[in-house]
Design a protein around this ligand. Structure first.
Ligand SMILES: Nc1ncnc2c1ncn2[C@@H]1O[C@H](COP(=O)(O)OP(=O)(O)OP(=O)(O)O)[C@@H](O)[C@H]1O
Ligand SMILES: [Mg+2]
Length: 255
């Protein structure tokens, strides 16, 4: 199986205006694309969050963690397709050969409610990496048994891809400088400290996948499945992603 140097999750908080429904942040998309284009030769998988597209659509229809009406499911899928279009257009214009996959048609349910990528998708992602493309996937809606659907966060997709493609670093770009504790940004968190930090971290109004607490839970699952290290960095500040892709420790490192 092909390997990735980095799985980078670009938070919806960075690539959209999270306070304004269905509003892409084209300026941030273009700048982040330039920083990725500058990391030539690195194998990078991009995951992106729902931001003001996915979360805004999902919040109207979610009930008990599920969406159970066909119209609600279709609306969330349409919102993520719209965001995918915006991101693809900006990245391609900046010279990043992004190749968007749809998790909603790439993941299957295994036993006990677990979820995994279909073999064909993993093979296609591997081929994309080998061919110099930048595979990309957004948070999405996944059809469940019984006609309903569940939201799968970009954070979870990122940690799944990080494991499958043996990423050196799983990096989460968001709109804060890292995990904020009582005395500011926490520079490093060990896996043994993580459960305590998750209890301290919070959500965010309008966010259906747990905001920072949800992200840290994804990091916990990543490390417990053999992942090496995760970073949480500020993708709204110019240059930080470029430094992450050059191997620098930005924001909070968790290992
Ligand atoms: N201890 C904490 N440290 C830092 N941020 C925190 C903390 N607790 C809660 N948060 C919130 O988590 C937010 C980041 O998570 P959020 O899910 O909104 O971003 P994202 O993952 O980039 O966006 P998306 O979910 O759309 O991809 C911060 O803006 C902040 O409001
Ligand atoms: Mg989030």
């Amino acid at each position: 199986m092909a390997k990735a140097d980095y799985v980078v999750k670009l938070g919806g908080s960075a690539i959209t205006h999270k306070g304004t429904p269905f509003s892409a942040n084209a300026e941030h998309m273009r700048r982040l694309a330039k920083e990725i284009a500058g990391a030539a030769g690195k194998k990078i998988i991009i995951v992106y969050g729902g931001g003001s597209f996915g979360h805004a659509a999902a919040i109207k229809h979610l009930s008990g963690g599920r969406i159970s009406t066909p119209s609600g499911i279709a609306e969330v899928r349409a919102a993520m397709l719209a965001l995918t279009n915006e991101l693809t257009r900006e990245f391609v214009a900046e010279g990043v050969p992004v190749f968007a996959f749809a998790p909603s048609s790439s993941l299957v349910f295994g036993g006990g409610g677990s979820i995994r990528f279909g073999k064909a998708t993993l093979e296609a992602v591997a081929k994309a990496l080998e061919g110099g493309l930048v595979p990309a996937m957004g948070g999405d809606i996944i059809l469940d048994r019984g006609g309903g659907a569940r939201i799968l966060s970009g954070d979870t997709i990122a940690r799944m891809l990080g494991i499958r493609f043996s990423a050196k670093t799983l990096a989460f770009g968001t709109d804060v400088d890292g995990v904020v504790g009582a005395s500011g940004v926490i520079r490093a968190i060990s896996r043994t400290e993580l459960p305590t930090v998750i209890k301290m971290a919070g959500g965010r109004s309008g966010d259906v996948t747990g905001a920072m607490a949800g992200k840290l839970a994804a990091v916990r699952d990543y490390l417990s499945r053999g992942g090496r290290e995760a970073l949480i960095f500020n993708a709204c500040k110019p240059g930080v992603l470029a430094r992450v892709l050059a191997g620098s420790h930005e924001g909070t490192i968790i290992k």
